[in-house]
Design a protein around this ligand. Structure first.
Ligand code: PLP
Length: 393
C-alpha cells in the first residue's frame, strides 16, 4: 500500500507543515493520477459528442463511452452492458427507480421496505413514492451494530431497498440473506451500493438483486457520473425521467417512442470524460484486486476500532465483525463538529454530523457522530495519528 500512496496527489499534501491525513473517503475518495490522466487524454485527443457524429473523432468518443460501460459491466459481474445505465450518481439512480418504476407500479395495498440505517438518498425517494401511491413505507429495524431484523418483510412487500454497507457504522449487511427473504415474498430488491462497490468484490448475478446503484466519486473516479444497474426486464418496466436528445427511436408531433435501455435513460449529452475516468478507476482497482482492497479496509477499520476504543472518553459505534471501511465515534463532552474542527488542526480530515442518516441517529440517541472512513492509500500510521490527536483532545 506504500506503493499505492504515491499514485495519489492529495494524500501527499501538507497543511502548515503537517502531512494531510484524509479520512473522509465515505464522502468522496481521492483520485489516482491514472484517472486524471485518462480524462486529460480524452479531452486532448478524443473529445467529441458520443453517439451523434459519423466522423472518426466522434466514433472514438462513442467508443470511449461504451468502453467505460463494458468496464462497469465486468466490474460488477453483470451479464450485459446494456443493463448498465449512466446517471449522475447513487442519488439519481435511486430516484430513477423510485419515480420511473416504483411510483408507477405500487398500489395502496403494497409495502416498500427500507432499513433503519439508510442514507437519506435511499430513504426520501421511497417516502415520496409512499405518499404518491398510498403504499406503506416500513422500516426494518437494525440492532445497535447495524444487523437487520428480518421480521418486517411481509406478503405485501413489493420492494426492499437497503444499503449493502452503512455509511455511518460501516456494517456490511447480510445482502444475500435479505435478498432471499425478499425473493421468497415475491419482492424486488434495490441495493444502495454507494459504500460497497468501492470496497468489496461484488457480482450482481451472484447477489441476484434487481437494481444496484453506486457513484464513481467514492471509488477513486470523478464526480458527475454514477451507475444504475438493473436486470433487463426491470429496465423494460422502468419509464425514463429525462426526455430529449439521444433517447428517442422516433418522434412525431403526435407520439414518440424510446430506444431500448440503456439509451432510453440517457437523454442529453453524457458525461463522456467522466466515464473515461470511471473506467480508469475501475482498471486501477482491478489491478490491485478487490480482495486486497477489502482486506486493507478491514485491517485498518479493525485497527481504528481497537485504537480509538483505548482513548479515554471515546465511544466507538462500529459493527464488530462484518465491517467495511467506516468507523463512527463520539467524544464524551464534545460536539462532533468541535471534534472534527479540532482534528483539522492536526491536518486530519474526518466528517462530523448526522451523515444524511437522521433516522439512524435517532436510533443511536445521538445528534451526530464523528466518522473516519478509509481508502486504499490510508495507513495504520494515519489511524495512530488520529488516536493520538483524540487522546490530546
Ligand atoms: N447512499 C449511501 C450509503 C451513501 O453513503 C451516499 C453518499 O454519501 C449516497 C447514497 C449518495 O451518494 P451520491 O451523493 O454520490 O449520490
Amino acid at each position: 500500500m506504500r506503493d499505492v500512496r504515491g499514485d495519489f496527489p492529495i494524500p501527499s499534501r501538507t497543511f502548515a507543515g503537517r502531512p494531510l491525513v484524509y479520512l473522509d473517503n465515505a464522502a468522496t475518495s481521492q483520485k489516482p493520477r491514472a484517472v486524471l490522466q485518462a480524462m486529460q487524454r480524452f479531452y486532448e485527443q478524443s473529445n467529441a459528442n458520443a453517439h451523434r457524429g459519423v466522423y472518426r473523432l466522434a466514433e472514438e468518443a462513442s467508443a470511449a463511452l461504451e468502453g467505460a460501460r463494458e468496464a462497469v459491466r465486468r466490474f460488477i459481474g453483470a451479464a450485459d452492458a446494456a443493463e448498465v445505465v449512466f446517471t449522475r450518481g447513487t442519488t439519481e439512480s435511486i430516484n430513477l427507480v423510485a419515480q420511473g418504476w416504483a411510483a408507477r407500479r405500487l398500489r395502496q395495498e403494497d409495502e416498500l421496505v427500507v432499513t433503519e440505517l439508510e442514507h437519506h438518498s435511499n430513504f426520501l425517494p421511497w417516502q415520496r413514492v409512499a405518499q404518491q401511491t398510498g403504499a406503506k413505507l416500513r422500516v426494518l429495524p437494525v440492532d445497535f451494530l447495524g444487523a437487520p431484523q428480518f421480521d418486517e418483510l411481509g406478503a405485501h412487500t413489493k420492494l426492499l431497498a437497503f444499503s449493502q454497507v452503512s455509511n455511518v457504522l460501516g456494517t456490511i449487511l447480510p445482502a444475500k440473506r435479505l435478498i432471499q427473504a425478499a425473493r421468497a415474498r415475491g419482492a424486488a430488491v434495490l441495493i444502495d451500493a454507494a459504500q460497497s462497490v468501492p470496497h468489496l468484490p461484488l457480482s450482481v448475478q451472484d447477489l441476484d438483486c434487481d437494481f444496484l446503484a453506486f457513484s464513481s466519486h467514492k471509488m477513486l473516479g470523478p464526480t458527475g457520473i454514477g451507475v444504475l444497474w438493473a436486470r433487463r426486464d426491470r429496465l423494460e418496466e422502468t419509464e425514463p425521467l429525462l426526455l430529449g436528445g439521444g433517447m428517442v427511436r422516433e418522434a412525431s408531433v403526435e407520439h414518440s417512442t424510446w430506444l431500448a435501455a440503456p439509451q432510453k435513460f440517457e437523454a442529453g449529452t453524457q458525461p463522456i470524460a467522466e466515464a473515461v475516468g470511471l473506467r480508469a478507476a475501475i482498471e486501477y482497482l482491478e489491478t490491485l484486486g478487490m480482495d486486497a482492497v477489502e482486506k486493507h479496509a478491514r485491517e485498518l477499520s479493525s485497527h481504528a476500532v481497537r485504537q480509538l476504543s483505548q482513548v479515554p472518553g471515546v465511544r466507538v459505534h462500529a459493527a464488530l465483525a462484518e465491517r467495511a471501511a467506516v468507523v463512527s465515534f463520539q467524544v464524551d463532552g464534545a460536539h462532533p463538529h468541535d471534534v472534527a474542527a479540532s482534528l483539522d488542526q492536526h491536518a486530519i480530515c474526518v466528517r462530523a454530523g448526522h451523515h444524511c442518516a437522521q433516522p439512524l441517529m435517532r436510533k443511536l440517541s445521538v445528534a451526530g457522530t464523528v466518522r473516519a472512513s478509509i481508502q486504499i492509500y490510508n495507513t495504520l500510521a494515519e489511524i495512530d495519528l488520529l488516536a493520538a490527536a483524540l487522546a490530546e483532545l
